[in-house]
Write a protein that binds this ligand. Structure first.
Ligand code: PHE
Length: 339
């Protein structure tokens, strides 16, 4: 029996020695040492032995068991180590390799102008209000006092979604939302996207940006409108900038004006930038029409207000001397990286 055990040990050790696979090695533990393993089956014969032989064989059996167990553990460690070395060799890191270029984006020039313009108005006590790009016909036209036959209502000028909804053609509907929902006094600006049914060319894009301004309260005057815009253009274009208010017509303001600033390139002398005029038109403005106040539940006998709106794409183009609006929306990094 002793011999059987020793033979088994030899057989096991040589089998372990040739193993290449960790899982297979582990399975030998069951094969030799498990409850139904080979050693156990030899030891089942123990009953046939004499009382003197039994402890001797028991001792040998333990030694054999231990030898096989140690061999399995050692082999496993060995295989693990080989695997580790193989992985290390495979995953060598070449620290001299140049790093991948990491590109950080930057703000779009229009976003930069929105920030700059907003900063100036925030400094004058305005807060920012936002409105949706999909608007109601009511907020975009009706409440703003636009006559039913106003040309801008036409299908050929406005993107309608259905009879009641459209893509806002101006930021002015934010005026309506603010007057209807906020407490007086109101002092807001509202930058955002607008949409008009225009074929793209150097100065037109069906999607463009405006910023709206609205002040409503007691004793709000046209003088304050002029003062506010004057201060704004001086901050944006430089201290020497002058404004000129030309009479105009908007349905939602009365009186209304278009506002020009002295060309910041030639200071009014006339150059290519201002097409020899010395002046550049940058915004529309006026005193909020009593009908608009009334439509928004504000008593025009008690309150008054002024409003203005300007095209941000145009201001961006003027400031950075960009001669084609389409460049702003083509997302060509060679262009955008210049700002
Ligand atoms: N909404 C006008 C436009 O798109 C601009 C404007 C805003 C004029 C506010 C007056 C007051 O042309």
């Amino acid at each position: 029996m002793q011999e059987k055990l020793l033979n088994l040990q030899q057989e096991a050790l040589s089998e372990i020695k040739d193993m290449q696979d960790i899982e297979q090695v582990e399975s030998l533990r069951v094969k030799y040492l498990g409850k139904k393993g080979e050693i156990t089956s030899i030891l089942k014969e123990m009953g046939k032995l004499s009382a003197e032989e039994r402890p001797v064989i028991g001792k040998v059996a333990n030694e054999v068991r231990e030898a096989i167990d140690t061999a399995i553990s050692t082999k496993k460690d060995e295989l693990k180590n080989i695997e580790k070395q193989r992985k290390l060799a495979e995953e060598v890191l070449d620290v001299t390799m140049p790093a991948k270029e990491f590109k950080v984006g930057k703000k779009h020039p229009i976003s930069q102008i929105i920030d700059e313009v907003s900063e100036i108005f925030i400094g004058m006590g305005f807060s920012i209000a936002e409105g949706p790009e999909v608007e109601t016909v009511g907020n975009n036209f009706d409440a703003l006092n636009a006559p039913k036959d106003h040309p801008s209502r036409d299908m050929s000028d406005t993107f309608y979604i259905n009879d009641e909804l459209l893509l806002r053609t101006q930021t002015s509907p934010v005026q309506v939302r603010t007057m209807k929902n906020e407490e007086l006094p109101i002092k807001i600006i509202s930058p955002g996207r607008c949409f008009r049914f225009d074929a793209p060319d150097a100065t037109h894009s069906p999607m463009f940006h405006q910023i709206e301004g609205l002040v409503v309260g007691k004793d709000v005057t046209m003088a304050q409108l002029k003062g506010t815009l004057d201060m704004f253009v001086k901050k944006l274009f430089g201290e020497h900038t002058k404004t000129k208010f030309r009479p105009h017509n908007f349905p939602f303001t009365e009186p209304s004006a278009e506002v020009d600033v002295t060309c910041f390139k030639c200071q009014g002398a006339g150059c290519q930038m201002c097409k020899g005029e010395g002046w550049i038109e940058i915004l529309g403005a006026g005193m909020v029409h009593p009908n608009v106040l009334r439509n928004c539940g504000i008593d025009p006998e008690v309150y008054s207000g002024f409003a203005f709106g300007m095209g941000l794409d145009r201001i961006t183009m003027l400031k950075y001397e960009i001669d084609d609006i389409r460049l702003l929306f083509e997302n060509d990094m060679r262009f955008l990286n210049q700002f």
